[in-house]
Every structure is written in C-alpha cells, then in structure tokens.
Design a protein around this ligand. Structure first.
Ligand SMILES: Cc1ncc(COP(=O)(O)O)c(C=O)c1O
Length: 400
C-alpha cells in the first residue's frame, strides 16, 4: 500500500485517540527503524520505553519462533513451562516471592489495588483507601485511571472509583495527612514518567517505606516504565535501599509483546485465593518466552550497568544542549535511559522536527521532551542522535 493510503485509511478506520506522526514504520533492526518512504530513524523512544533490546533482537525473535511452533495459548487452567520459569526468574531478580501475569501496565495496577483491598478484607479489616500522588500516571482502566493524579485523563469519565486520595509527590507531610484508618496502600511511581520524568527524592522514599511499615499498610511501586533496567538498575526501587510490598511491571517486560505483571511479597500474596482475580491471556507461553529471553539478555550483557553508563553520557550532553539553548530548555531530569528535557513551550513541534531529522523521541506532559532509547544503545548512536537533535533545535528556533 502507498504511504498516503495507509495514513488515510488509518485516519478513516482507527478511533482518533492518538495524535500520530504522519510516518508509517515498516521494520526495525536494533536501534533503528525504517519507514515506508525508506527513511531511517534512530529510535530514542522505543515504542514508549517498550523495546528494551531494540527491534528484532535475535534472542527474542528466536524465543518467539521456537515457542510459537510448540504452543500458542493454553489459558491459566494449566501450567505452561515458560510462564513458570518467568515467574521464578522475576522473583530471582527482585524482592518478590509471587507473580500475577496480565497484559498491560494498567491491568497490573488494577491487580495491585484489588490485592491490597482483598488482603485487608480477608483479615476482616475495612481498609480500602489507596493514597496516590498528584501528577501521577497509572493507566487508563477505571481503577488505574482513578489513581492517576491528572484531571485531564479523567474529564468526562466520572464517576471514578471511590476510595482514592492524592498527596503531593516528594512531600511526606502531605502523605501523612491523607492516611486514615481506612488506608490500605500507598501507590507511587519511583519516577513520575508521563507527567515529565520527575524522580522521587531518596529521603522521601525512605520516609514513605517507614510510614507504610508503621501503619501496617502496603507500599505499591508502579515500575511499569522504570523497571527492566531502564533507569540503570533492574528496578528503580534498588536506587533507594528499600523494598516494596507490591510492584507493577509491563512495557519492556514482554520483549515487545504485550505483558504486565504484579510482583508481590509472600505476605501480600495471601490476599488472593483461586477465583479472586484472573486474566485469559496473562502469562501466555509465547509472551513469557519473549520475556525470559529479554531478561536473560539484560542479565548476561549487564544492560542495567550499560544503561546507567550511556544514560549518564546522554544526560550530560543534554545538559550542555540545555545550557546552550536556555530559550528553549529549563532542565534535564531522569535516571539511566529515561530522561526528560523540560521546555519553555510545548514539545510537539520539536518532536516533529526531530523525526524530520531521523530521530524518534517522545514528549511527556506536553512540555517535556522525552528520551527512552533501547538499552542496547551505543555511544556512537547517542552522538548521532545529538547531532540530529541539534539540527532539529535549529529548525525549532526558526519558529516563534
Ligand atoms: C507508570 C505507568 N503505569 C501504568 C501505565 C499504563 O500502562 P499500559 O499503557 O500498558 O496500560 C503506564 C503507561 O505509560 C505508566 O507509565
């Protein structure tokens, strides 16, 4: 099909919930993707921090082909080997002792909210409130949406799930004010991603952990975007010297295929009994095989350390660019390969200029330019991307 026809049919037949770039991506290899007009792009977006190993990584491709030839889908009424192996592997590389599999980040958050409530109800305690944070993002299904601290995602959709309260990020006093005898859990992103790449302060996370222990409530970390080595450690909580009671994962977890997971301690796991929660596709053997290949590659190649090193290189270079262009940029934030540049204007136009230069980047909270390249990125890729970014900035500066 011609490019214009694909775009026109897309606009005719897809619900218009996205502002898409007029680009049709046809294939990808490693850190690069290719469009229908044979233009090549360096991918510093990774499909919203999903493609940790880049496109078509041989280990992931091999795992998927191997598994799809053996077993497609069986449901959770039976065991399947890749899924069990993956659950064990995730527990080996985290604090967790048990895992629930689903298909997306929002479902992982739903599972966490349900498990927190169910745990207390099972003990005969009427605790159901979840304390979340202003400017957070936890997903689009009703539970996660209700726990998302940004009104723009909720407008016109009420009534939302009752029992969700909001505190100010990095402010422990504000959290304490929201805690009542009904509180079941605190839900937080270690780095608020969609609202502009804002990391939690180490002291705040320590206080939060202490508070949840003191009150006997759950600390739920939403690591949907920050997990899987993206920030330079396997999970962002490992920066803070604390462990959560529950943690959500998704995005990069499935090696490019849809997968979400809720990882929990033995104590939290007590809340769910057979029939309490479920997902038809959760833990599907093909996705599980892709996920195992992804995690094993991260471990074997120590891609967490690589992300930390290359992330620092990219961050320092972005800080130089920020200083040179103070008319456009005010701050560079983030950890590892999850970085944001706060802009003095909306980021959409610069995102388009970057694409025209052959660089895919994203935006967050409208005015933050967002970088989440694959973990396998090289310094040469970064240097090329910076060259493209500088050219895009020059174009952007020509506009008012
Ligand atoms: C921290 C966080 N939680 C949850 C979600 C929702 O994930 P999904 O889009 O897979 O439902 C996202 C998506 O951006 C996220 O960044």
């Amino acid at each position: 099909m011609e490019t214009f026809q694909i775009i026109q049919d897309g606009d005719d037949y897809l619900l218009p919930v996205y502002n898409r770039q007029k680009i049709v991506i046809m294939r990808g290899e490693g850190t690069h993707v290719y469009d229908s007009e044979r233009m090549v792009y360096l991918d510093f977006f990774s499909g919203i921090a999903v493609n940790g190993l880049g496109q078509a990584h041989p280990k992931v491709v091999e795992a998927i082909i191997d598994e799809v030839q053996k077993l497609g889908h069986v449901s959770n009424y039976y065991y399947n080997e890749p899924n069990v192996k993956l659950a064990k592997l995730l527990c080996d590389v985290s604090f967790a002792k048990k895992v629930f599999f689903c298909n997306s980040g929002t479902e992982a958050v739903e599972a966490a909210i349900k498990l927190a409530r169910k745990c207390f109800r099972r003990q005969g305690q009427d605790k159901y409130e979840i304390v979340s944070f202003h400017n957070s993002f936890h997903g689009r299904t009703f539970g996660s949406l209700s726990a998302t601290g940004q009104v723009k995602y909720q407008e016109g959709l009420d009534p939302l799930l009752p029992g969700i309260k909001f505190a100010t990020f990095n402010n422990i006093d504000s959290v304490k004010k929201q805690i009542t005898d009904k509180t079941a859990a605190i839900l937080i992103e270690p780095i608020q991603c969609e609202s502009g790449i804002r990391p939690a302060d180490p002291a705040f996370m320590t206080e939060l952990k202490a508070l949840t222990q003191e009150k006997g409530i759950f600390l739920i970390l939403d690591e949907v975007q920050t997990g899987m080595a993206r920030t330079g450690k396997m999970w962002a909580y490992q920066y803070y010297g604390i462990e959560p009671d529950m943690m959500t994962s998704a995005k990069a977890l499935g090696g490019g295929l849809p997968m979400g997971a809720l990882l929990v301690t033995n104590q939290a796991a007590q809340g769910f009994k057979p029939g309490d929660h479920a997902s038809t596709f959760g833990g599907n053997p093909i996705v599980s095989a892709a996920s195992i290949a992804t995690i094993e590659t991260i471990l074997v190649k120590d891609l967490a350390a690589h992300a930390a090193k290359e992330g620092e290189y990219l961050k320092l270079a972005l800080m130089d660019i920020q200083k040179e262009n103070q008319k456009l940029f005010t701050e560079v934030r983030g950890k590892g390969l999850l970085l944001g540049m706060e802009m003095t204007r909306k980021a959409a136009s610069l995102v388009s200029h970057c694409a025209q230069q052959g660089l895919l980047v994203g935006s967050a909270n409208e005015n933050v330019l967002r970088f989440s390249p694959p973990l396998i990125i090289t310094q040469s890729d970064i240097d090329q991307a910076l060259g493209k970014l500088r050219k895009a900035i020059a174009e952007e500066l020509k506009t008012a």
